[in-house]
Design a protein around this ligand. Structure first.
Ligand SMILES: [Zn+2]
Length: 404
């Protein structure tokens, strides 16, 4: 991976966009301080880190390029970058104004996953990521017993130290992260585009419908193993409609990520395809983790099903189909730039490497939380136990989880 072209590109772009903002050409659309309505919404929905940690210049570059797509559809929107424990990218409308909120912590996560997989090649980093994620999530939800269990696990296993080391290791894959962040913001924007142009849903709908019914990915995957995990798959009309919209947004995001940056040659053609694919797998891992935590808390996420096996299979369909959307780009305008069919390479690699990084650490969390749930059930609710006895329960949990 050669990052030189990317570094030249991004520094040039930062200067260019900074200059435009200074000349007041579009500073109102990229505010540092959100308007009152938006501020209220963010304060009520997120736990934000200090704004001095925000890398506005970098994100304004992504927004600047993405605006070119929005202009095609005559969509006006305000971009806002946040850095919150929620790691959530979203679009919303308040009083007729459209907003795109991008969370820098999500970008930081993409970069970490890329470093773990492509550069440091150590899946333990993602185990450590999960522990920190659990501490943060349980803290946000005010579940202090669980938060302290995972905090002490983190201390005992040096998970936080090792994670911080990985975070501070110089990234050699920032071009991957840049492409993924663009893709993920474009995916959110695709939802706005579809809302304004509902006919776009018919694009590929039949094909996707057939795919969902037949799930041909089972031909490639070892489905014996997968079936045990995912069980029966019943999609009601509402969920099917949602899944199809998600997949079409992935297609639109892939198309425009290619259109915006493929010809800049920030990465080789195959790396470019891999960046998009890995971006979606990272999102899937984080969504699974959220689903696993929600299932534990029994506070199902209203947008996703609380049925974890369903979430698992739906997201598998998405990441298998992202290969299809990459392939359709390969087959159309960009074929001459690829040495080989990127799908073929991704499939080969998938069987060997991806699962241990993008799946196993997250499924391990599921096992741990199941055990924890069983132990806490045995003790009824920890909250009702006197503090002196809580310590012994916590010790028992440590012992059970093998953290001694
Ligand atoms: Zn979506």
């Amino acid at each position: 991976m050669n990052q030189n072209k990317y570094i030249l590109f991004i520094t040039g772009s930062i200067l260019h966009v900074h200059d435009k903002i200074n000349k007041n050409e579009f500073c109102s659309r990229y505010p540092r301080e959100p308007h009152c309505d938006l501020r209220l919404y963010i304060q009520n929905s997120r736990l934000e880190k200090h704004s001095r940690l925000l890398n506005y210049e970098y994100y304004n570059v992504i927004f600047y390029y993405i605006e070119k797509i929005l202009l095609k559809y005559k969509i006006n929107t305000t971009f806002y970058t946040t850095y919150s424990l929620n790691r959530k990218n979203e679009t919303l409308e308040i009083n007729g104004n459209k907003y795109v909120i991008y969370d820098q912590y999500l970008g930081k996560s993409f970069n970490l996953f890329n470093k773990a997989f492509l550069q440091i090649k150590d899946s333990e980093i993602l185990d450590n990521y999960c522990i920190r994620y659990l501490v943060e999530s349980f803290r946000i939800m005010g579940m202090s017993i669980e938060a302290s269990i995972f905090y002490s696990i983190g201390l005992q296993t040096n998970a936080f130290e090792k994670l911080n080391l990985a975070y501070s290791t110089k990234s050699e894959c920032t071009a991957y992260t840049f492409i993924q962040e663009t893709f993920i913001i474009l995916h959110e924007i695709a939802h706005i585009i579809i809302k304004q142009n509902p006919r776009l849903i018919s694009y590929k709908k039949r094909e996707i419908d057939q795919y969902i019914d037949k799930q041909p990915f089972s031909l490639f995957n070892n489905l014996d193993k997968a079936d045990k995990l995912i069980g029966n798959f019943n999609l009601d009309e509402f969920r099917r409609k949602n899944l199809i919209e998600e997949i079409i947004c992935d297609y639109i995001a892939t198309k425009y990520t290619f259109e915006l940056f493929f010809n800049n040659e920030l990465l080789t053609a195959e790396e470019f395809a891999e960046a998009i694919y890995l971006g979606l797998r990272t999102m899937r891992s984080i969504n699974l983790l959220n689903g696993i935590i929600s299932t534990y808390v029994k506070r199902p996420n209203e947008r996703k099903s609380h049925n974890l096996s369903q979430l698992f299979r739906e997201s598998s369909i998405r990441y298998w189909l992202i290969k299809d959307s990459i392939r359709s780009q390969y087959r159309s305008k960009y074929k001459t730039k690829f040495k080989e069919d990127p799908l073929h390479n991704l499939l080969l690699k998938d069987m060997h490497d991806y699962d241990s990084f993008y799946e196993t650490p997250f499924l391990n969390v599921q096992t741990i939380l199941k055990k924890l749930s069983a132990t806490l059930k045995k003790h009824n609710s920890l909250k009702n136990i006197p503090f002196s006895q809580q310590i012994s329960v916590l010790n028992e949990i440590d012992h059970m989880l093998g953290w001694r």
